[in-house]
Design a protein around this ligand. Structure first.
Ligand code: SF4
Length: 286
């Protein structure tokens, strides 16, 4: 008779890597993988834990992109729209070879569409060895690479690792240390340190800022983020992303305490005001 562990592993192998969107709720796909295998995978980088692959993204870097969404994040952003990616065991265990093969399928098309590969999450640097091996594999296929990260674990990467990343999509979620801690559960310092290091190494950055009414809409704070970003000299673009409620469903399904039920999507004028603050310091804003 099939044991539950074997059943879990079979289910994992049968689960398609491709999701309709990152908003697909995925849980427990890594259940049944022994802890020792997880530790070995993280140490070697030869296996990672992925929520899914999605194709055809036009918002996660230049051109049309294939995006791999990793599982595992130690942050607890109040507005997270993918809380099923917090837990690494919700991800599908995927060998580096299988993930690379997935990229190989698309590499010609990505070049034609001036697109590339984006590694997002969760927080990809929770599995930084796998992340770098996969980004290096993409580069070896001639694919433009982007890493979507909080930057919090950026100190784990060597300067050589950074060379595998053509573009960093870096979130600065709040400026004030207390506000940042309240919003994400984590310190802002390491994020800013990584931003400075990317600037020193001349790595291109797209900055992302999520505008949440009542949480991140203080004009003085936004001005400080804008001034910091402009001073770096490597921020090619800023995306101001209006808060939305698309993640609420997952919080409810996972039995998590969602505190932004009453928070509204900011009106277009509010988003434009924030865009204007970034433009005022000379940054390109979308
Ligand atoms: S860093 Fe991203 S994945 Fe992690 S909690 Fe925040 S929004 Fe969610």
């Amino acid at each position: 008779m099939e044991t539950s562990d074997v059943r879990d592993q079979r289910r994992t192998q049968e689960t398609s890597l491709e999701a309709r969107s990152p908003f697909d709720l995925r849980v427990n796909l890594g259940r049944g993988v022994p802890d020792s295998d997880v530790r070995t995978a993280l140490a070697s980088g030869d296996m990672g834990f992925l929520h899914s692959f999605t194709t055809g993204s036009a918002v996660d870097g230049p051109g049309i992109r294939i995006v791999a969404w990793t599982a595992g994040c130690s942050w607890r952003c109040l507005y997270c729209h993918n809380p099923d990616t917090w837990n690494m065991s919700n991800g599908i265990p995927v060998t580096l070879a299988r993930a690379t093969e997935e990229l190989r399928k698309y590499h010609r098309g990505l070049k034609v569409m001036s697109g590339g590969f984006t590694l997002s999450g969760g927080e990809p640097l929770m599995q930084y060895r796998f992340a770098i091996k996969l980004l290096a594999a993409a580069k070896a296929l001639g694919i433009h690479t982007a890493l979507d990260t909080t930057g919090y674990l950026g100190a784990r990467l060597t300067d050589a690792d950074l060379e595998c990343i053509d573009l960093v999509l870096l979130d600065i979620k709040a400026w004030d240390p207390d506000g940042h801690r309240h919003l994400t559960g984590m310190e802002v310092g390491p994020v800013l340190d990584f931003a400075r290091r990317l600037a020193a190494r001349g790595r291109s950055v797209w900055l992302r800022f999520v505008l949440v009414p009542g949480l991140t809409d203080n004009p003085q704070e936004i001005a400080q983020i804008a001034s910091f970003a402009a001073g770096l000299g490597n921020v090619a673009r800023v995306d101001v992303l209006p808060f939305h409620q698309m993640g609420r469903f997952k919080w409810q399904q996972l039995g998590l305490n969602y505190t932004l039920d009453q928070t509204v999507t900011p009106p277009a004028e509010a988003v434009e005001r924030v865009c204007a603050q970034f433009r005022a310091v000379g940054l390109n804003v979308y």
